[in-house]
Design a protein around this ligand. Structure first.
Ligand code: ADP
Ligand code: TRP
Length: 317
């Protein structure tokens, strides 16, 4: 970028209600940094098509994710918020990358193998998913990509796509790097496994106090210890060890009291975000204007990059 700032970009799929794992693993690391960088936050709606075939649900989730981004504290003046499907250059570049990488290379993707092992349809979109993600990242000369640990291999695929292209046609794409936060690498769900939309073990980020309380009360506690590990590790996302020590000492073995304290802390943390989200939800024209501006900015940058790409590969006469 002309102002010398580095580019930060990430995206979330609008495939369901966001939970606190998505927030602490992907959204917060982005929001914490977005003012220092040239930041772009994408709604990966084309990626969501690999699993979602219900138009009403896709529309609802897409608007919800945008509201979640804004509610969670994203400043639309500091970041470009856009929808992937509004920028056709993403699928155009993905095709070009698909012609540069091999099927055996894509077959090594853990995410693809895991999803198919869990019963997801092995559609060609799911198989090519890493090349669309590579296009998302490389189109904007991205330097840094904050994501959860499970996306690390996808960043490697993007680097490989960049290097394949650069070797074949000359230096064109920047080498992007992932940002993974160790302490929040995996937020546990109410059953102690990784919190995930697909496991039914989530604490919804923008749930009502009642929904959040019910989810917390469901957290599985290990009866042998005095400090319930699954409650504590979620609590640690909100407060430091020093802040929590007196509470966990006083309430040793009293799981219900500790869960109630966690509910109160989650509520104080989420309430202001929920209010901000509601303000945006009741002003649809403002949200549409933010998206329109974001889509246009993304499209104009993507097109400038694609002009160079088309020229380099001979798609011009
Ligand atoms: P889910 O598993 O709920 O379907 P996604 O695969 O859509 O989540 O992930 C969206 C983003 O949130 C990714 O960057 C992912 O790494 C991050 N993420 C998802 N679950 C967690 C978790 N339990 N802890 C930390 N980060 C997570
Ligand atoms: N694959 C990511 C996920 O499931 C979403 C995503 C799509 C993404 N395109 C991206 C993340 C580009 C970062 C950069 O979470």
């Amino acid at each position: 970028m002309s102002n010398g700032k580095k580019r930060l970009l990430t995206g979330l799929q609008p495939s369901g209600q966001l939970h606190i794992g998505n927030y602490f693993g992907a959204l917060k690391p982005f929001i914490d940094r977005h003012s220092e960088f040239e930041s772009m936050l994408m709604v990966a709606d084309y990626h969501a098509l690999t699993s979602l075939k219900n138009p009403a649900e896709l529309k609802k989730n897409t608007l919800d994710v945008v509201l979640d981004y804004l509610g969670a504290g994203l400043d639309p003046k500091e970041a470009v918020i856009f929808r992937q499907s509004e920028v056709s250059q993403h699928t155009e570049l993905a095709w070009i990358f698909e012609c540069l990488v091999t099927v055996p290379f894509l077959q090594q993707a853990h995410s693809y193998k895991d999803k198919v092992a869990k019963g997801m349809e092995a559609n060609a979109g799911l198989f090519n998913y890493p090349m669309l993600m590579a296009a998302d990242i490389l189109l904007y000369d991205t330097d840094l990509v904050p994501v959860g640990k499970d996306q690390a291999q996808h960043i490697e695929y993007a680097r490989e796509a960049a290097s394949k292209f650069n070797n074949a046609f000359g230096e064109t794409f920047k080498d992007p790097k992932g940002i993974f936060l160790e302490e929040v690498a995996t937020v546990p769900g109410t059953d102690g496994q990784k919190m995930s939309k697909s496991y039914g073990n989530t604490i919804p980020l923008f749930g009502t106090k009642d929904e959040i309380s019910k989810a917390v009360m469901r957290i599985v506690t290990d009866s042998s210890g005095e400090r319930p590990a699954n409650v504590y590790s979620i609590h640690r996302l909100l407060k430091s060890e020093a802040e929590l020590a007196p509470l966990y000492e006083e309430k040793k073995g009293k799981y219900k009291d500790l869960k109630e304290a966690l509910i109160e802390d989650l509520e104080s943390f989420i309430a202001p975000m929920r209010e901000r989200r509601e303000r945006y939800a009741s002003d649809r024209p403002a949200v549409d204007a933010i998206l329109k501006e974001g889509n246009e900015k993304a499209r104009s940058q993507a097109e400038a990059k694609m002009k160079v790409v088309r020229e380099k590969i001979g798609l011009t006469i």
